[in-house]
Design a protein around this ligand. Structure first.
Ligand SMILES: [Zn+2]
Length: 424
């Protein structure tokens, strides 16, 4: 960790197997391009900034400081040390969190006090105004699940542009910013909450200010801006229930136990499923081999048992995906997410709007449109206003940027340039 005494900086892009668009930009300009990543989350900063970035900064919730890892540098730049000393989170806590506009004008959300919103630590109800003063000097982490998390992120982005002279040199620089407060607020209160409506209204304001800053500092038309997201989210399960819509919760711990018992009885392998992560079962390959048991039969037993579960749409053998009868679109998504060394052996697909979680808040991670349909906005340098409803994928963004910048695509790029943008 560089910038605090905690373990929050013990992070790096070590496990990312490919180059990123930012790595390719560095390579193409013989490392003259400056690349900086900024996010509340370590991964939101590190992964887009790439292996060869000049810096990736993220927020240490234990100290309220922006930090990095020795992967990038030995010491924080002095402008960031000075910035950290101000402990700006306290300034935002002092304002509490009330709605930006009168609460009765919030027409895109359900009532402010509903039982399926998660409550913030120290709060009696999940309602406005959210008292934040109680966190001053005590719990810097709490800023993440308020819209101020985005504000402090974009404030740091502006400071980095100024302090590192981004966009002022002869090569193209790249600033990768991830506004992660939307994710924290969404998980806690759900996509139909007043909290999330307010968070987006405030993000809109913060972005306006950011564009004005870019227009002044870099100049209109001199910068290329793009915006996307890594996922959407399901509606909160009880919200769906209340509105007679399909959906619900699922926990696989019981079925894992059942399957493990069945396998032990029939094949004499104890705890054959070691763990279940991201809808994937990981089997104990060594134990199955040692018992001389039929792995295919074991997997089939797991799949058949899974398929009987009410909440499950289907289950497949990840090593035999080509022969599974599931929709091509879902198969493709699973294939792209599969890595022989890292993935599990059996994958299960939940029915739409089912997810693993609690009675309050929500999560993401499915193939369904509410999770997978994300925004894609390009603006500025060489971009004419327009829109398209043609399907493009998040993997197309790097290919599009590579085409616009005349540089190589990332080493693992499977996307294609969005020609509506590159053929203008
Ligand atoms: Zn999330």
């Amino acid at each position: 960790t560089v910038g605090s005494d905690t373990k929050a900086g013990l992070m790096s892009p070590k496990n990312m197997l490919t180059t990123t668009i930012t790595d390719e930009l560095r390579l193409a300009t013989n490392f003259k391009s400056k690349v900086i990543g900024i996010s509340l989350k370590d991964r939101g900063s590190i992964l887009p900034a790439g292996h060869s970035a000049n810096a990736a900064y993220w927020y240490d919730g234990q100290t309220g400081d922006w930090i990095t890892s020795t992967h990038y540098m030995k010491k924080l730049p002095s402008w960031l040390e000075d910035h950290n000393k101000m402990k700006l989170a306290n300034k935002f806590f002092d304002k509490n969190w009330n709605t930006l506009y009168p609460i009765e004008t919030y027409t895109q959300s359900t009532a402010d006090n509903v039982p399926y919103e998660g409550k913030a630590r120290g709060e009696e109800t999940p309602t406005f105004p959210h008292p934040l003063k109680l966190y001053i000097g005590k719990n810097y982490d709490m800023i993440k699940s308020t819209p101020y998390g985005n504000t402090i992120t974009l404030d740091l982005a502006k400071l980095a542009i100024l302090s590192e002279n981004l966009g002022q040199g002869s090569s193209t620089d790249f600033l990768a910013v991830s506004c992660s407060a939307t994710d924290y607020v969404g998980h806690q209160y759900g996509p139909n909450s007043v909290e999330i409506e307010d968070t987006y209204l405030r993000l809109d304001k913060d972005l306006e200010e950011f564009f004005n800053y870019l227009d002044t500092k870099i100049g209109k038309g001199n910068y290329l801006f793009f915006l996307s997201a890594d996922h959407g989210a399901a509606h909160v399960s009880t919200f769906m229930e209340d509105n007679k819509l399909p959906g619900g919760l699922y926990s696989d711990s019981k079925v894992v136990k059942t399957i493990n018992t069945l396998i032990e009885e029939k094949y004499h392998v104890k705890k054959a499923i070691v763990t279940s992560r991201n809808s994937q079962f990981y089997f104990d390959h060594d134990a199955i081999k040692a018992a001389n048991a039929d792995f295919t039969a074991i997997k089939n037993l797991a799949i058949e048992t899974l398929k009987k579960e009410d909440e499950i749409f289907d289950a497949v053998d990840l090593n035999n995906l080509a022969n599974e009868t599931i929709p091509e679109q879902i198969k493709k998504a699973i294939t792209y997410g599969y890595n022989a060394k890292r993935s599990g052996d059996v994958y299960y697909i939940l029915k739409s709007n089912y997810f693993g979680g609690g009675k309050t808040g929500t999560t993401h991670g499915s193939w369904n449109p509410y999770d997978a349909h994300i925004p894609c906005v390009f603006m500025g340098w060489n971009v004419k206003p327009g829109k398209t409803n043609k399907t493009h994928y998040m993997t197309d963004i790097a290919a599009t940027l590579a085409a616009m910048l005349h540089i190589q695509m990332p080493s693992g790029c499977v996307g294609e340039p969005i020609t509506e943008l590159t053929h203008q």
